[in-house]
Design a protein around this ligand. Structure first.
Ligand code: SAJ
Length: 428
């Protein structure tokens, strides 16, 4: 196998051509490997065959077209096209169900497809974020289906992705990577394979450690943001500006407090802490509590809005509210688990009218001005750059009443003649 990795003659199948699978398939194809990209959505495969990516990522169409032209990348939805490959890389989603437990259905079905297609000696890699112990369980599932022995007849590794959308092709090369094998040989093989394009550091460990590492990274952020949100909550009770306090606390050499706000969104942070604790018999509870705190922030922001309406004596059911921003984070068009959407949902039945505007996502209004015309309150729900330079005193002229709620600490100095409230801005 080493020789096949060195001279790029190993044949690779990537299962799932989404945000991670497609760029990964392109990277291996560009490094000279023959890559078959397997994707069950037929319309996606058709699009890809024509050189059009279904995901938004700088430079992706050009790289895709080059990989297709070189003949190294072949998208398919036929399981027989991935039979007998040396390497299988699984990049499918592992979302949560309604009850916040993991839905491993996509992963299991991908593993079954691989188990039927693989051969003796294949290396199976899971890049998806999974609950601890999953890779070992999936190795057993493969044993049952294929009759092959894990660690001897086939190798299995958890190799979590760590990239940030918008920078995927850079981060795939320069980020450090973890290879968690079900045995040492598995981890060694995966590390050798990825070294064909990874320039960052690489580390080998076992698959359960690697699963936990990935989940700890995002849980660390989620818990720290929850702590910052709790500080914000306290700041309101003490009548101080939490951002001033955080800035001063962060002058301590060993303190780095995160940023409070309207909530935590995206496809990772709201989900990964649940995956981390799910298989455990017991835990201390801070991880779950952090999730609850972060999930409560859109409601906290709703309270600020209703306080503002009360200050001006506006009955909520008559209020026209303009929500600026729908994406889960600044300068992104991604609305997955967006706290801005949770906020809209929380207020829409209680106020007269909700208008939305987002420069990347769209919304009911065409522009900030369009959203604010005749509105009673504006709520900043995403820290898009466009919202940082707004002239509120000018915009206030368009409004029926001047209430401004800042959910993302975008407004440094509250504008004159406004009722201003912000998450963590307890002094107003
Ligand atoms: N947020 C805050 N306060 C903060 C930081 C973030 O409220 O101090 C909010 C953001 O506004 C956003 C959410 O949290 O709504 C998540 O944003 P993010 O930028 O922290 O994370 P993601 O989900 O865009 O990307 C994360 C990254 N993980 C880490 O930084 C540990 C990324 O490196 C991972 O690749 C990605 O998750 C993933 O796929 O797991």
């Amino acid at each position: 196998m080493e020789e096949k990795f060195r001279n790029r003659s190993a044949r690779i199948a990537v299962i799932g051509l989404g945000y991670i699978g497609l760029p990964t398939a392109i990277m291996f194809a560009s490094s000279g490997f023959e890559v078959t990209g397997y994707e069950i959505r037929k319309e996606v495969v058709e699009k890809l065959k024509n050189g059009n990516s279904h995901i938004v990522e700088p430079g992706i169409d050009e790289l895709l077209q080059r990989a297709l032209e070189s003949g190294k990348l072949k998208p398919t939805s036929e399981p027989r096209d991935i039979e007998g490959r040396d390497v299988y890389i699984i990049c499918v989603q592992t979302p949560l169900k309604e009850d916040k437990t993991p839905n491993l259905g996509y992963l299991e079905s991908a593993v079954r497809t691989v188990a039927k297609a693989m051969k003796k000696g294949s290396l199976v890699i899971i890049e998806s974020t999974v609950p601890p112990l999953t890779t070992v369980k999936m190795a057993k599932l493969i044993e049952e289906i294929s009759g092959l022995r894990a660690g001897e007849d086939f190798y299995m590794v958890h190799a979590p992705e760590r990239v940030m959308p918008g920078r995927i092709f850079k981060e795939l090369v320069y980020n450090s990577r973890i290879f968690g094998g079900i045995n040492e040989r598995s981890a060694e093989l995966a590390e050798m394979l990825y070294r064909s394009f990874v320039k960052g550091q690489t580390f080998k460990t076992n698959s359960t450690v690697s699963e936990v590492v990935k989940l700890m990274e995002n849980t660390f952020r989620d818990v720290n943001i929850a702590l910052a949100n709790e500080f914000a909550y306290l700041a309101h009770q003490y009548g101080i500006d939490v951002f001033e306090a955080i800035e001063l606390a962060n002058t301590h050499p060993r303190v780095k407090i995160h940023t409070p706000g309207i909530g935590v969104g995206g496809h990772c942070l709201p989900k990964d802490p649940h995956l981390l604790v799910w298989p455990a018999k017991d835990d201390f509870g801070i991880i779950k509590l952090a999730r609850e705190i972060n999930d409560s922030m859109p409601l906290f922001t709703k309270d600020l809005l209703f306080d503002g309406l009360k200050t001006l004596g506006i009955p909520p059911e008559e209020a026209v509210v303009a929500v600026l921003g729908l994406a889960y984070k600044g300068d992104s068009d991604d609305t997955r688990n967006s706290p801005a959407l949770a906020f809209v949902e929380a207020i829409e039945d209680d106020v007269g009218e909700v208008r939305t505007y987002d420069p990347f996502v769209g919304g009911s209004a065409e522009s900030v001005e369009d959203a604010l015309k005749g509105a009673d309150a504006a709520v900043i729900a995403t820290d898009h750059s466009e919202f940082k330079s707004l002239d509120w005193e000018e915009l206030g002229r368009l409004m029926r009443n001047r209430i401004l709620i800042d959910g993302r600490h975008v407004v440094e100095v509250p504008p004159r003649d406004f009722v201003f409230k912000g998450v963590g801005r307890g002094e107003y």
